[in-house]
Design a protein around this ligand. Structure first.
Ligand SMILES: Nc1nc2c(c(=O)[nH]1)N[C@H]1C(S)=C(S)[C@@H](COP(=O)(O)OP(=O)(O)OC[C@H]3O[C@@H](n4cnc5c(=O)[nH]c(N)nc54)[C@H](O)[C@@H]3O)O[C@H]1N2
Ligand SMILES: Nc1nc2c(c(=O)[nH]1)N[C@H]1C(S)=C(S)[C@@H](COP(=O)(O)OP(=O)(O)OC[C@H]3O[C@@H](n4cnc5c(=O)[nH]c(N)nc54)[C@H](O)[C@@H]3O)O[C@H]1N2
Ligand SMILES: [Mo]
Length: 787
């Protein structure tokens, strides 16, 4: 894409906003006021977390509904938290939720409504001038809505007509591959199974999902090396570990209930090492919001050691750790290397070890930005730990060399024999609450033959065998006209994907965009020639079909499958459940072409689960086992020490140190989450732990770099990204001095997605490089100095 300047002009045009907008804007508006920047929090949780929980829960839902819903979160007969995928403990307390889970529940459980009257009042273009925070605050979608060709406003449409419209467009396509079917990770197993079945009967594997932008790198890295694309630990392992490494993850904000596990571990003497460019508050000290006695103390110290790695310095750092461990082994043979395990269960050790010995310390220190003594100190922790758990998230998965990042962790774990034994293992910490389950159900553009064979056997059709499009392919294909219909089961494709203006153009070129959603978001506002909003039930709501009250199932980050039952009446009588939407869509589109009894299946979700039992390994007796308290665990060979690669062994892998040459004035930028958002859903404008309030368009910089670049605190700057000779611009971000390594910068997602080039993605996993964006900064021309 060579049209970076077009982006700039476009955003400048919408920035004025004095004239009535003509074309809906893909980016949120600029912010009128500077944010308030105060000190970084020393302690996570505590009283402020309790206050924030109540503010969001009661503010959106009122005290009665709010309390009622919160007491059902993650309970045996309640619903699975719609927030992150962190697992639930076996023995649950009455209050099994965190501050940010409460925000997720409040966002869905809100009493505010977006009705047909609302859409009559606001044109699509006018809505696009509002912030993402404002859009979310308008409430739950209540009616199916259509935007007809050339129209400025959405109007109501009946469900039958809506399905007929999708069927008309899909069936008019020259090939089924001219449609893409996106999934976001909140979708239940039942809905996901039906959806992929429908899509494959329609004739394509074009099933991009949020995982493509998330833990795809983990799945790819782990499948290659240990034979399963999932982690190997369970929650109980956290009670037995001697050391826990938390790498490229901010659990205090994104997986707050993980702090409970880390706190318990720290209290019994487990050593916790965090590797991150930022000293994230959650890993520093923690006061459990539900431990009343401790709320006013100083909190539990979590971190034993913090390594402030530079952005994308992890391959260097992890190789440094391995090198230091091999040096300990040389000094004291037999003390570190798990010889018997390596000989019996792995391949490639010698070549790998030779490579690590050949790496020189100067490159490790230079590449990681971490002094050798600190790397050695972390290696000593590893050397004395018999049981180590390695956790990671987006800080590792969203780089060009993301797969290598994760495989370097696998190398370390194999070196110490830390996979497949209690208290130790690999722990990619998943994002969306059912993203892992959706993949298990077949939401994947590259399905295995065995999976397709099972579908073919059970349903008597020949599924397409050629691979489909992932997220990046989908954007490209819409842009150049190969994909004409875009259907999304949840999510916010426009704002979650890279290269916002390019993606917007891609969506605008389609014939039809369809969004199955609970809440209004920007993906409804940047649309194809025609557009539909299909409102659905959320997790929190009772789902009653002709067969009675239903529950759905989800799989958490550790491969446990459990039931989720809604607790309150639906936001509107016009909502359909996701399984019902998929079933009615399939009937409208496939008609007599499908032998599946779609409507009959969704009368009682046990019937869907029965089909899952018959087609997906690990779901034997699904209906019985999921009714047992706590659900059940899916099979996981590596967890039991059986590697499920083709060779039957785990693989050491060799990786080069990534080279990053920044030209003078260039910085490497990561796009991260604030404490007040769930991906593109903005709950509020504060990033409490980082001390930034009432604003999101900020860029965090090292004071030394600010000085060198001649930038002042609070100054308004434009950011330009650089990739293969192309530039992209994001306007008007405020400079915030921060404790971040030199030549590194941080901004918030999704405001900065406009800077992430669509063609910049990880090797093998094709995950957009949202944490490795090369930028320069310049003072915004039409704004005075720091205000
Ligand atoms: N409340 C809340 N919960 C969430 C979400 C949410 O938005 N809000 N999102 C959910 C989803 S889908 C996901 S995937 C997860 C995301 O959970 P996280 O991965 O924790 O989310 P990010 O904010 O992207 O944070 C990445 C962390 O990695 C660090 N980092 C960035 N680059 C590097 C690097 O090169 N090396 C290292 N070592 N660290 C780096 C950042 O400083 C930051 O601390 O959370 C899930 N849970
Ligand atoms: N720059 C940058 N970009 C990123 C990331 C990053 O770190 N940096 N992170 C990436 C990651 S890890 C992820 S997972 C993706 C997230 O990408 P998505 O999953 O596509 O985005 P979300 O913001 O989670 O989707 C929110 C929308 O989902 C809808 N929704 C909520 N609940 C339900 C439900 O129960 N059913 C249905 N049908 N709809 C529902 C609501 O309408 C809401 O507006 O973003 C990616 N994008
Ligand atoms: Mo994610």
């Amino acid at each position: 894409m060579a049209d970076g300047h077009r982006n700039e002009q476009e955003s400048r045009a919408t920035a004025g906003a004095a004239l009535a907008p003509i074309r809906p804007s893909a980016q949120p508006p600029e912010e009128p006021r500077p944010p308030h920047v105060g000190p970084v929090s020393e302690v996570a949780g505590g009283v402020p977390a309790v206050v924030s929980t109540m503010k969001h829960a009661w503010g959106e839902m009122g005290p009665v509904r709010g309390t009622r819903l919160l007491l059902k979160v993650n309970q045996q007969h309640g619903f699975d938290c719609p927030g992150c995928a962190w697992p639930d403990p076996g023995h649950r307390s009455v209050a099994e939720f965190c501050e940010n889970g409460a925000k997720a529940v409040a966002e869905e459980g809100t009493t505010a409504r977006v009705t047909p009257d609302f859409f009559a009042q606001w044109s699509v273009a006018e809505l696009s001038q509002q912030t993402d925070h404002w859009l979310g605050k308008q409430g739950r979608l209540t009616h199916p809505m259509v935007l007809r060709e050339g129209a400025t406003h959405y109007v109501p449409i009946s469900w039958d007509e809506a399905f007929a419209l999708v069927a008309e467009e899909l069936n008019a396509l020259g090939t089924p591959d001219a449609a893409c079917f996106y999934t976001s990770g909140r979708t239940s197993n039942e809905a996901a199974f039906l959806y992929q079945l429908f899509v494959r009967q329609f004739g394509t594997n074009n099933l991009p999902d949020c995982s493509n932008m998330c833990h795809e790198s983990s799945g790819t890295a782990l499948s290659e090396t240990i034979g399963i694309g999932k982690g190997t630990v369970t929650l109980e392992d956290f009670d037995k570990a001697d050391a826990i490494f938390v790498i490229g993850q901010n659990p205090g904000t994104n997986h707050p209930r993980m702090l409970t596990s880390l706190q318990a571990a720290a209290r019994r003497g487990c050593e916790i090492v965090s590797i991150n460019p930022l000293p994230e508050t959650g890993l520093n000290r923690f006061k459990h919001p539900q431990e009343v006695l401790h709320l006013f103390g100083s909190g539990t110290a979590l971190n034993t050691l913090f390594l402030q790695v530079r952005i994308n310095g992890d391959v260097a750092l992890l190789q440094g750790l391995a090198k230091a461990l091999l040096e300990v082994e040389d000094a004291k043979p037999g003390s570190v290397v798990a010889r018997a395990f390596i000989e019996e269960k792995t391949l490639g050790f010698d070549a790998w070890a030779a490579g690590i010995r050949a790496v020189n310390w100067a490159d490790v220190v230079e590449g990681s930005g971490v002094p050798r003594e600190q790397i050695v100190a972390a290696a000593e922790i590893l050397a004395r730990s018999e049981r180590t758990i390695y956790c990671w998230a987006m800080g590792l998965t969203q780089h060009k060399n993301a797969v290598a990042n994760i495989q370097e962790i696998v190398n370390l774990a194999l070196l110490r024999g830390s996979v497949g034994r209690p208290g130790a293992g690999l722990c990619p910490v998943r994002g969306h609450s059912n993203v892992q389950g959706d993949r298990t159900m077949g939401i994947w553009e590259r399905p295995k033959d065995a999976f397709l064979d099972a579908l073919s056997r059970e349903f008597g059709f020949e599924p397409p065998r050629h691979h489909g499009m992932d997220t990046v392919d989908t954007i490209r294909a819409m842009h150049d006209g190969r994909v004409q219909v875009f259907f999304a089961l949840g999510g916010n494709f426009l704002s979650a994907t890279p290269d916002t203006e390019f993606t917007a153009e891609a969506l605008r070129r389609t014939r039809l965009t369809v969004q199955v959603s609970t809440k209004l978001n920007r993906a409804h506002l940047v649309h194809g020639r025609r557009a539909l909003i299909l409102p659905c039930l959320g997790r929190t709501e009772r789902d009653v079909q002709t067969g009675g009250a239903q529950f759905v199932t989800v799989e958490n980050s550790m491969g446990m499958v459990s039931a989720s039952r809604g607790a309150v009446a639906p936001a509107s009588e016009h909502l359909l459940s996701e399984p019902a939407i998929v079933a009615r869509l399939a009937e409208a589109v496939l008609g007599g072409r499908s032998s599946v009894k779609w409507s009959w299946l969704v009368e009682d979700y046990d019937r869907v689960r029965e089909l899952i039992t018959r087609t997906i390994p690990g779901f034997e007796d699904f209906n019985q086992r999921v009714r047992e308290p706590g659900g059940f665990a899916l099979p996981n060979g590596p967890r039991e020490g059986r590697f499920t690669t083709a060779s039957g062994k785990a693989h050491f892998t060799v990786h080069e140190l990534p080279k990053l040459e920044l030209a003078p004035g260039q910085l490497l930028m990561m796009t991260i989450r604030t404490h007040d958002q769930f991906n593109t859903t903005v709950y509020g404008l504060d990033d409490r732990y980082r001390g930034i309030r009432n604003g999101r368009r900020v860029v965090l910089l090292h004071p030394g770099d600010m000085k060198e670049l001649g930038l002042k605190e609070g100054q308004v700057v434009d950011l330009t990204s650089h990739f293969q000779g192309e530039t992209r611009v994001a306007l008007k971000f405020r400079v915030v001095p921060y404790n971040i390594p030199r030549r590194c910068a941080a901004t918030y997602f999704p405001e900065a997605n406009v800077l992430v080039p669509v063609d910049s993605f990880a090797e093998k996993s094709r995950t957009p490089t949202s944490k490795s964006v090369v930028i320069t900064l310049s003072p915004s021309p039409d704004v005075g100095p720091a205000s």
